[in-house]
Design a binder for this molecule. Structure first.
Ligand code: GTQ
Length: 347
């Protein structure tokens, strides 16, 4: 491709005359915004070790009372986007949130979609539009756009979870805002809309309700059991389940996709090269993540991300299985016609 003229090739007075009228020449930036053949991601393959996060998060618990934080979160920021942008990838936000015994993170609702993946502790729960969702390690809890949510803690140990939000996308599109809910802790019941595979509350069924988000809590015990039964099959290439909305069979949320991978003992899994960035969070076991020439050795509760079109290989070097929670941008990209796959370049 032809090398194009730069800003320096233009007379200073001309550039100043453009600037004064809010005009910009395209050609000096054309190859940046339309790079030849492959996107140039700012997202860097980055890992956040839980052993680094945990002491600093506990310190936040001492330094900042929950009333002064509302959400006591350390953001897992990708240096490629600069830290103040609070992005793990271009459209995904990650945060580690701490709730101490007896604390309450008050009710609010906002435009960005959120999920929680529970990392540590017992006795906390998130209430989503009045439905009480217990938080056990490895559980996935949805708080989709516009749904009221508050976090409470009746247990006696610290509770930590990973927040995954589409906040960077929503913020960039200038649609992000929050509404404050009741100032008092709500009384909530476990009242799931769906009680098991193929079972729905008759009340909803008779009213012919379409429930937009029929499942808000996906317990880890069930996810793990599903993975193990897939792994027990013959000739299975990849042991992975996707979190879906059972009403539609589509992704559980609209913008970020969620799944879980089981790496069998000593398994080496080479992922397809895809146009979306990806996040890995280790639930159990040890995993070596290679993304092109960057290697991260992760253990339970560690988190990493890889940019679009990376050649990603996941390796389990142990004689016991490993379990990984995965978030990616594929629902967003597929809905907008941006998604593609390419052959690996490391074969
Ligand atoms: O728990 O509602 O990490 O509103 C960022 C924004 C968590 C939450 C975050 C939020 C929340």
């Amino acid at each position: 491709m032809e090398r194009l003229a730069t800003l320096e090739d233009l007379p200073t007075e001309y550039v100043e005359a453009l600037t004064a009228k809010n005009l910009v020449p395209l050609w000096p930036s054309l190859r940046d915004v339309l790079p030849p053949y492959t996107p140039k991601p700012r997202t860097q393959a980055t890992a956040w070790k839980y052993q680094d996060i945990r002491p600093l998060l506990m310190q936040a618990g001492e330094l900042t009372p929950i009333e002064k934080a509302e959400r006591r979160v350390l953001v897992l920021a990708n240096p490629g986007h600069t830290l103040d942008n609070m992005r793990a990838t271009s459209i995904m936000y990650l945060g580690m949130q701490l709730l101490l015994p007896g604390e309450w993170a008050p009710s609010h609702r906002h435009v960005p979609n959120a999920v929680r993946l529970i990392v540590e502790g017992n006795g906390a729960y998130t209430s989503v539009d009045g439905e009480k969702c217990e938080m056990e390690r490895g559980d996935l809890i949805l708080t989709p756009s516009g749904m009221w949510h508050e976090h409470s803690h009746d247990g006696d140990s610290e509770v930590v979870w990973l927040d995954v939000l589409d906040l960077p996308l929503v913020y960039y599109s200038e649609t992000s805002y929050v509404e404050e809910g009741e100032k008092v802790k709500g009384e909530h019941e476990s009242n799931p809309k769906i009680y098991g595979p193929g079972l729905v509350a008759t009340e909803n069924f008779q009213r012919n309700d379409t429930i937009e988000y029929p499942i808000l809590r996906y317990p880890w015990v069930d996810t793990k059991k599903s993975l193990e039964s897939i792994a027990a099959g013959k000739d299975v290439d990849m042991v992975q389940v996707t979190y879906v909305n059972p009403e539609t069979g589509q992704d559980a949320q609209k913008i970020i996709g969620f799944s879980a991978i089981m790496l069998r003992p000593n398994e080496v899994l080479r992922l397809p090269r895809r146009s979306c960035a990806i996040i890995f969070h280790i639930i159990e076991g040890d995993v070596v993540v290679d993304a092109d020439d960057v290697r991260h050795e992760l253990i339970a509760s560690d988190t990493s991300c890889a940019p679009c079109f990376a050649n990603i290989t996941l390796t389990n070097q142990n004689d016991t299985p490993a379990f990984i929670f995965v978030a990616d941008e594929s629902p967003f990209q597929k809905k907008l016609g941006l998604y593609s796959e390419r052959p690996r370049t490391d074969v």
